[in-house]
Write a protein that binds this ligand. Structure first.
Ligand SMILES: NC(=O)c1ccc[n+]([C@@H]2O[C@H](COP(=O)([O-])OP(=O)(O)OC[C@H]3O[C@@H](n4cnc5c(N)ncnc54)[C@H](O)[C@@H]3O)[C@@H](O)[C@H]2O)c1
Length: 269
């Protein structure tokens, strides 16, 4: 690995206190990136930043960022630019899931998921783009906005329909955002993980038992591993971080409007 692959990148990551957001932050910093980490879990994001700053790569700052609040995004992009000189990559990673059988989806379930996963992403894209536009185009490279999608950006399952809707939104904002923002030399891409064993999935596994989809904990993951994942292996954030780093790096400069699946062979198209 080129230790300086992300040296010139100042990257804001939402939902960076744990899971893929935290793993990506540490991986990016190890390749020289400066990372601004936002999350509703302030203690968590401070710990990730402290680990990074104790290492030998790029630097990290941490802040409270609730993605449903536009003002938090504005403050975060400004903090990133003040600390590191600019923001040149925005990674919209924060997301939640809460399964419900179709007839049990209520307004709260829909609103909570769509507010964080879809509206929060829109705000992140807009506030990052406004700052990038104000900074003026970079000489050699485009700015980059990266949206975290999912396998359910391209299909849907019966028990997570609002989540799937939110991840279709991520895809719509990748394609529409790419068209809207290229005039400002901003690319928009994303990646779609499959089944990643993070806190999100640990809770999802419990919730799927609670709504009656599976009989006992662990069964959902084992069933998906066996029946859905071509590689027959659950993934960890380590399986995903290389694709995320590629999208942040200049190696993906000639690419926009794309959602790359990184799912062990679930969705193929
Ligand atoms: N785990 C998977 O299998 C999987 C698969 C496909 C896509 N994804 C997506 O990847 C992303 C990261 O997921 P993960 O598995 O690492 O989850 P995770 O639960 O481990 O981490 C998500 C982070 O987002 C933060 N967060 C929640 N609400 C927030 C808000 N309002 N504002 C700011 N931060 C908030 C949480 O505090 C947490 O630190 C999400 O967008 C998720 O939908 C996950």
């Amino acid at each position: 690995m080129d230790p300086n692959r992300l040296k010139d990148k100042n990257i804001l990551i939402t939902g960076a206190a744990q899971g893929m957001g935290a793993a990506n932050a540490e991986y990016f910093a190890a390749q020289g990136a400066n990372v601004a980490l936002g999350d509703v879990n302030v203690d968590g994001v401070n710990e990730v930043a402290a680990r990074i700053n104790a290492g030998s790569g790029g630097r990290a700052i941490a802040m409270k960022l609730d993605v449903t609040k536009r003002a938090d995004h504005t403050a975060a992009v400004n903090a990133c630019a003040e600390e590191f000189g600019s923001i040149n990559v925005m990674l919209n990673n924060a997301g939640i899931n809460k399964p419900r059988m179709f007839l049990d989806i209520d307004e709260d379930n829909w609103d909570q998921i769509m507010d964080i996963n879809a509206k929060g992403m829109l705000f992140g894209m807009q506030e990052a783009a406004k700052k990038m536009i104000a900074q003026g185009p970079m000489e050699d490279h485009p700015y980059k906005i990266i949206n975290v999608g999912s396998i359910v950006s391209r299909t849907a399952f019966l028990d997570v329909i609002p989540y799937s809707c939110s991840k279709y939104c991520a895809l719509a904002m990748i394609i529409g955002g790419a068209k809207a923002l290229w005039e400002h030399k901003i690319t928009v891409n994303g990646y779609g993980p499959g089944v990643v064993h993070t806190e999100l999935w640990k809770q999802l596994d419990k919730d799927l038992v609670e709504i009656g989809m599976f009989k006992e904990e662990g069964q959902s993951l084992e069933t998906l591993r066996e029946t859905m994942i071509l590689m027959k292996k659950l993934s960890t954030p380590d399986d995903v971080k290389g694709t995320a780093a590629f999208l942040c790096s200049s190696e993906s400069d000639y690419m926009t409007g794309q959602l790359i699946m990184i799912d062990g062979g679930i969705i193929m198209q």
